[in-house]
Write a protein that binds this ligand. Sequence first.
Ligand code: KG4
Ligand code: ZN
Length: 390
Amino acid sequence: MKVLSIETSCDETAVSIVEAEGDFPHATYQILGNALFSQVDIHREYGGVFPSVAKREHTKTLIPMLEKALEEADLLHEATRELLLSEHETVSETLQREPKLEAGLTAFLEHHARPDIDLIAVTNGPGLEPALWVGINLARSLAQLWDIPVIPIDHMEGHIIASVFNGEKVPDLTFPALALLISGGHTELVGMQTWGSYQVIGQTRDDAVGEAFDKTARMLGLPYPGGPEISKLAGIAREKNMSQYVALPRPMLDSGDFDFSFSGLKTAVLYATRDKTLSDDDRASVACEFEAAITEVLLTKTVAAVEEHGAKTLILGGGVSANTHIRKTFGGYFKREHPELTLYLPDPKLTTDNSVMIALAGHARSTEALTPNLTSNIKASGNQTLTERV
Ligand code: KG4
Ligand code: ZN
């Protein structure tokens, strides 16, 4: 089965083609094509992601990414018979709100024949709704034109699968499993009884971890996205064993539940730095203490959740799980204290947003893809949670 996947939930425009042999979770996968355009340079100018800017950029870049992925997969063939959009009423209807995408798709169809694809998978949430709609409208149009099924995929389920994927297979997980999902939009502890059965047992009450990294970075005069920048500075401070500029709080460490709160931490950084002239070393020290505070809270809550839920598998996922300090701290702790538990950390290439993870999740849910009328029912769902998805 060849799955074409589309991801436009935030600031990455991504299209992949993944071939699966066998049934989930015992299939073997081959990534045939993987095209990704990061809008980060555009958003850096504004200091963050604005939904309307993200939508505009997805509209511009999505068809070129589709062509690139198909070409890489050797599936881009010249048209023998033109598929005309105007002949497809339903497609025209779908694209009514995306005139620029319609123009690009028309040009694409003039030149390219229907590729050998069996299923389309598209992120439908959570994320920025205007951005999500671009991917959904293209996915629905292609499914109608090519007469193949399309399935909506939860972005967070994609992150979970990406974390355990070893480049070829999804390993056999021992359940119950626990996933700590940390990204620009989410901070969640999710219990998994099996694939597809999720229970959100804790989440942030305000900022997501990635958001806290990005906002703190901005206060320290660092560019967007702030996570990697803070991590770099923190590494320097740790290496040089710098003296501590400020002690930051560990919010909700002893709250007795699995929820998080990071806005207070951000405010503490604000109080410690505003109206002050910080040296480079001071800034590095703040970055280091901030990273330490975040890591301690994440680890403490996760350990408590692992112990209470008897988790045999722990999965770290989402963009922030690219953080070296978090990876090392979790790796070291669980190896020492819970050697019986298997910890999965995502391959750095699949840690931040990508569409390979959406193709894998699409294959996992391919039986569901045959539900009648699914195509016309796919809607962007900005605040969707994994629990609702079941
Ligand atoms: O999963 P992702 O690519 O997009 C969302 O779904 O939100 O995550 C992006 C977030 C950003 O906030 C970014 O600053 C953060 O992940 N991030 C990091 C690192 N790399 C990316 N945070 C801390 N350390 C990193 N090395
Ligand atoms: Zn993400």
